[in-house]
Ligand binder design. Structure first.
Ligand code: FE
Ligand code: FE
Ligand code: ZN
Length: 277
């Protein structure tokens, strides 16, 4: 069975997210570690974490994905902005130890006018400071659409970062179907070739999770606008091949489509019906 779920609101805590996921047929989910705009994190409720871990194990839940606030910029030219990213990400990782063995996904950042090389240096420095060899969480770099000066549009950029992270077993990639398509990787007509390239450049053993979104815009548009499954430029046929691809089918697959909870439930049902057994 596919490990499939969607992005959920974290406002009521972990146990509540776990129950909501199960109620819509999901066996994974994603959540923001804190308000993506405000940065403020609630105090961690350890009882809630414990109750969630128990509930999730009983229900055979898969690995879940925490998403860092997307407003962070680990490679900003501004030192205070970089320090904020450092502070928040290390605090998030400390919290994640209470729901051990899961994933922490973040957007590598935008180099603005500094250039890719300097941007990557900042990201690598930050990761080497915050990733501890004994931590139970794997940090994931998200593939980006290449909007503005976003780092992480090409597999090569992600590979350069991974190569320089000291703790190799705690770093990996989360591939976003809308982002790679917007970034110019043709998963509609050349799905096998895209994954062959991923394997050649980064290595499929470094792929840990998937964001599954259709795209409002055509291939290579660098826009990053998610669309409902089957309603965008990727389309249902390509998405069916995608979720059944050997590189994808055993990973946690997270929907980030423009939906309410009912809509997510329907998309999960649809995708489960398209799984080739
Ligand atoms: Fe994201
Ligand atoms: Fe995403
Ligand atoms: Zn996106």
């Amino acid at each position: 069975m596919l490990t499939l779920g969607c992005h959920l609101s974290a406002s009521k805590g972990f146990l509540s997210m776990g129950k909501e996921a199960v109620s819509i047929g999901a066996n994974t989910f994603q959540f923001f570690t804190r308000n993506p705009r405000g940065f403020k994190g609630k105090d961690l409720d350890l009882e809630d974490c414990k109750a969630f871990v128990e509930f999730w194990t009983e229900n055979n839940g898969g690995k879940i994905v925490a998403h860092a606030p997307y407003t962070l910029n680990a490679c900003s030219a501004d030192e205070r902005t970089r320090e904020l990213a450092h502070m928040i990400m290390s605090d998030d990782l400390a919290r994640m130890e209470h729901i051990p063995g899961n994933y922490y996904n973040f957007h590598p950042g935008s180099h603005v006018k500094q250039g890719v090389e300097i941007g990557i240096n900042y990201i690598v420095d930050l990761l080497n400071e915050i990733i501890k060899p004994e931590q139970k969480t794997t940090v994931l770099l998200e593939t980006m659409a290449g909007k503005g000066s976003e780092i992480g549009r090409t597999f090569e950029e992600l590979k350069t970062i991974i190569d320089r992270v000291e703790c190799k077993e705690k770093i990996g990639v989360c591939l976003d179907s809308c982002h790679v398509f917007d970034g110019g990787y043709d998963i509609v007509n050349h799905l096998d070739e895209v994954f062959e390239e991923f394997d050649k450049v980064i290595g499929l053993q470094n792929l840990y999770a998937i964001h599954l979104n259709d795209s409002k815009n055509p291939l290579g548009s660098h826009k990053d606008r998610h669309e409902l499954i089957g309603k965008g430029n990727i389309g249902l046929q390509a998405i069916t091949s995608f979720i059944n691809h050997a590189a994808v089918k055993s990973l946690p697959i997270i929907l980030e489509t423009p939906n309410d909870i009912e809509g997510y439930k329907k998309e999960i049902e649809l995708l489960r019906s398209l799984e080739k057994k």
